[in-house]
Design a binder for this molecule. Structure first.
Ligand code: OMP
Length: 272
């Protein structure tokens, strides 16, 4: 039987001593000038970013939004294979879910990647085909990092608690295969702490440090499970750190990933 995703992630975190998720949000019009003539500029960019950052990357998190074109998907496939060649797991940030019949199609992407982000709004059957993949990680959006998260996620339910707390509860119930995690943003540190108390058993993906200004200390202290498993993501803050550096862009990204690793490691406890 294949090793479970969170066991593989735990190994990766231990091997490189890092919980950094490097977000590959490789926006075409922000790529360096000298790569724009490449057959697949995003692939050329990602390959150099991976070369420069893989020693610090607990995972790569390409966001599917940046690859939604024929060339984009080709670039993404090359990127996934290359990351795997460096032994780095790939978490596809797709925020998917739909009626069961459609989700079954979406879930096929898990043949190629190690984990995925999913949207719980349509309920359990919309996630089942993902949850059934016992060897793959499924990160359920719980409390997101964007300002509009309060529109729905913070609503108080008649049955008690907020909608995001209800999502966290359901995610525990969905975790039959120990393959479920939560997405909880670093921009709401108090809620992050409260959700960690509510749900000690699930690993979190914590986005929002870096470009969104989230709380890195809280991301580590509450984002990681007791055994130290979890991910803290930065995308633009790493991959575009060298945006003004021309051909030296990748070295700047490597430095930025290393700095984030070191910053986060200051807060990681001895018991991890
Ligand atoms: O699921 C996510 O990864 C996600 C959830 C969330 O609440 N907030 C959030 O920023 N993200 C993603 O994390 C990445 C953050 O990018 P940066 O703000 O550039 O670090 C983007 O790909 C977002 O889509």
């Amino acid at each position: 039987m294949a090793t479970a995703f969170f066991d593989r992630l735990a190994d990766r975190i231990a091997t490189i001593d890092s919980v950094v998720s490097v977000g590959l949000d490789s926006q075409l019009d922000r790529l360096p000038e000298h790569l724009q003539d490449h057959d697949l500029p995003q692939w050329a960019f990602n390959r150099r970013i991976i070369d420069a950052t893989h020693e610090h990357a607990a995972c790569y998190k390409p966001n599917a939004a940046f690859y939604e074109s024929a060339d984009g998907w080709r670039a993404l496939r090359e990127t996934i294979a290359y990351a795997h060649g460096k032994d780095v797991p790939v978490l596809l940030d797709a925020k998917r879910a739909d009626i069961g019949n459609t989700t079954r199609q979406y879930a096929d992407i898990l043949d190629d990647v190690d984990a995925i982000t999913v949207n719980p709004y349509m309920g359990h059957d919309s996630l089942q085909p993902f949850l059934d993949r016992a060897d793959k990680g499924v990160f359920v959006l719980c409390r997101t990092s964007n300002p509009g998260r309060t529109d729905f996620q913070d609503l108080e339910l008649d049955s008690g608690g907020t909608l995001y707390e209800r999502v966290a509860d359901r995610a525990v119930a969905w975790n039959e295969h120990n393959n479920v995690g939560l997405v909880v943003g670093a921009t709401g540190p108090d809620e992050l702490e409260a959700i960690r108390e509510q749900v000690p058993s699930l690993p979190f993906l914590v986005p929002g440090v870096g470009a969104q200004g989230g709380d890195a200390k809280a991301a580590v202290e509450h984002g990681l499970r007791d055994d130290g498993v979890g991910l803290v993501n930065s995308s633009r803050g790493i991959i575009f750190a060298g945006e003004d550096k021309g051909e030296d862009f990748a070295a700047a990204a490597g430095q930025s990933a290393k700095q984030l690793k070191q910053r986060l490691n200051q807060y990681r406890g001895d018991d991890e």
